[in-house]
Design a protein around this ligand. Sequence first.
Ligand SMILES: [Fe+2]
Ligand SMILES: [Fe+2]
Length: 500
Amino acid sequence: MSQAPLAKPKPKSQPQGTDLPELLAQSILRLPQLVRIHQPNNKIFKENLILFIDTLNALWNIQNGQIDIRLHRGRLYINKERIAFSPALLVTSTKLMEFFESRRIFGFGFRPKEDLDAEEVVEFIQIVNASQNHEKPGVFLSEALKDDWVKPILDDDFKIAYLFTDEMASEGAPGRPLVWNSTPSEEGGKARRAYSRAMSEFSKLNDSINSAKGLVNFSKSRRVVQDLAESLFQNENILLSLSTIRDYDDYTCSHCVNVAILSMCLGRRLGLSKMEVATLGLGGLFHDLGKVDIPIELIRKPGKFTEVEYEEIKKHPLNSVCRILSLNADNAFKSKLFLPPFEHHININHSGYPATDLKAPVSLFGRIVAITDLYDALTSSRSYRPVPISPDKALEIMVKKSGSEIDALLLKVFINMVGIYPVGTLLVLNTKEVVMVADTPPNAEAGRPRAYILEREEETLKKGELIDLAEKNAKGQFARKVLYCFHPTEFGLVPTDILL
Ligand SMILES: [Fe+2]
Ligand SMILES: [Fe+2]
């Protein structure tokens, strides 16, 4: 390129995690316009270039490899997973769809490149603009983009198309999700209401802690956790499937409620009494309470923390203890609650934080909450990781820490409880059936679950037969093979609606 090298200007602010997919989409739309009206050294243009590079770097970091941004059947995806929609993103994705369609491509694949510089990005954008004048813009793009850090995606060979059988996929109206139309059972409805109450009471408690200096009454939170424990002793599966409810906009709240639920389920498996289970549940609910004392921008920061920032984050377990002590309840009861919040980031080998001189082993409740916290954090969308890790991969990551950081025995019971394919997971089988995991019977061969076949009826889905994935054919092999495993929210499905 002939122009003078571009100095690297400072961006106004670092890209925020929740916005990363949206920022990438917006940059792809904005930069081709800016390059037409501004000189390369224009301040606004430079800032946008750097924002684009920083966004890509953050995404490469989070995804640990190539980033594909593409439109498939009217939806925007980053790699294989659908981006959670916000109203603002709907506008961007519509524009981006037109942008891709007018160039007859499905998207762009960005391969990680260290020290990607502004000049290379300008070259990319100029080629994108030039492609408009070509008869076959997609072909032109793939030939003109010689650097392999960016390539156009020319075909729509996207696995998600096979979520339903081939003919179903071709029949489906693009972008129109199928709806679930049956009403949940009475038992399920009750558990769901208990979950919503837990969410609303906990968010009220969070708000009052944020605004009030005095003692905060938490008797209502206590009651909702007792209700959840009651549901658990009636039907474990209902509660387990509730924990798959994700509310991306209110991550902290749903994370804390999920940690409470998963901890209670694990506690019950270990033979704790209903009262102990409820106490454990509250400990789980309050484990991150101290995060209210940390600036929200820091909690939402994408990518790695600086050393100073990490020191700040590491204060939250101790903050949680202080917050619990200031709650309005008797001291004997509060003393039972603060161990899990204090210990949930201390590993069994005493690494982690906060650093203590204690030689005593981490308490049982602390070890339980450490497992459920990590599992829920890995399997949900986070500000620094917009795309969640699938449950089976999350368990794989946890198994690697087993025995050194995580209690091996408890992890075994936990995996047994959630199953290799947790309740609510969507599986696509080699038989072209799409199923939702219902439960994993104790001692199931190779941890293979039972699942409901999802049948399509026009624009709605229907719960079909319950099948056992441990079933074998005449040759003694498993009759069905799992091809793909998805989180149900990727397809807008709520497991509790289907399973309960
Ligand atoms: Fe935490
Ligand atoms: Fe947490």
